[in-house]
Ligand binder design. Sequence first.
Ligand code: SAH
Length: 445
Amino acid sequence: MFKAGQLLTLSVHSLTDKGDGIAQHNGCPVYISGGLPGDEVEARVTLARPRYAQAEVKRVLTPASERRPDFCPHTECGGCQLRVMDYGAQLQLKRELLVNALQERGLNCSVANTIGMDDPFHYRNKAQFAVQPGPTLGFYAKHSHQLVEIEQCAMQAPETADITALVRQWMRELAVPAFNEAHHSGCVRYVMVRNGRHSGELMVVLVVAEEPTERALNALVERLAQVPKLVSVQLCLNDAVGNRILSEQVRTLWGSSVISDRLGELQFDISALSFYQINPHQTEVLYREVVRLAALSGSETVFDLYSGIGTISLFMAPFAAQVHGMEIVPEAVADAGRNAERNDIKNVRFYCGAAERQVAALYQQGVSADVVVVDPPRKGCDQALLDTLANMRPARLVYVSCNPKTLARDAAWLSEQGFTLEQVTPVDMFPHTMHVESVALFSAT
Ligand code: SAH
């Protein structure tokens, strides 16, 4: 039996999906926050259950050979689960997670080494700070809704810290209340900051549960407008219960409704509600891999499904006859259309709606694709979409995945339908976290 507070000496042998170390104690698993495979640790039990326990590292007795000094002072923050692991070892781990997920589904194919970053810091172009009474602006602690105050984060653009400091000060001076989750009252819920890597442009989205006074908003805009390169201040009204950060109710308080950024040779406008890849440096690496695997000759019709603001479509367009991008969020589709115009690309068309419906509709009208790219959210592709693709039989299907489990599930099904999984390349989009992004190539046989 475990007891909360109990101290245990444990040898960590593996990691959970969430990045906690796993060790055994009297035949029961103990999940250890901060433990790495190969560590021998003294750990304190934080949650005792009859058949398992959660614990935190109190002292490392013998460090794993991959253990490195922590680079971050915010030890409680749940953001970077792998930050005490050597970066090269993180890349190997991500490849292994992918190989294991595929093998569990009976798939054995060539999996390349993970493409990592030379400098895996300050890579994020979007920060979402939760706000709680205090006011505290920060990120959640591991496995909890407890906020850890963050002043500087080694993953974010350095300017982000100036903006959160300004918002914190504004809330204090103008007595703007933070949102209180327990009572569902108060005002400021989140502060989102977006930045363009090449343009340097900054956007701030203040997410509130109720409209602040005009005086307060004017004071905020006045302060934020002083920040160099800040081009957009947005207000998002979200009074819904739950963890969704943004609602559709967004309006521009000051400046532009978008920031711009460059990916490869292309310029993009990005609005508050549009999905945009978080790590622009690695996005270029990922997209180049997509284009390489698509092996276009210039005569193909391409479908880019789950197309966001059209980034992959526009990357492929110069090498294809026609690209059809499909995306469910209207704001992203509008951005995509503008982005095509902005880059003077004429052979793309964007459709708003669920990919599973749009593809079926086009296919019924006699339009089919020679090459399909899918880039679905974590839950993977909708079965109805896979059904249509199995009938359509594109020569190549390039699958961009942010979740090895759903990639493996969909890959197993596609294999049964006669597609061959040729190869998979993991690309590290989220250094120091457990997120595994990869791109897989299927050919129809
Ligand atoms: N390919 C883009 C976006 C990938 S993220 C890029 O690289 O930036 C996944 C996208 O799928 C999001 O933009 C999300 O809004 C969209 N999406 C989610 N479910 C969808 C569905 N059923 N049909 C079409 N798009 C969907």
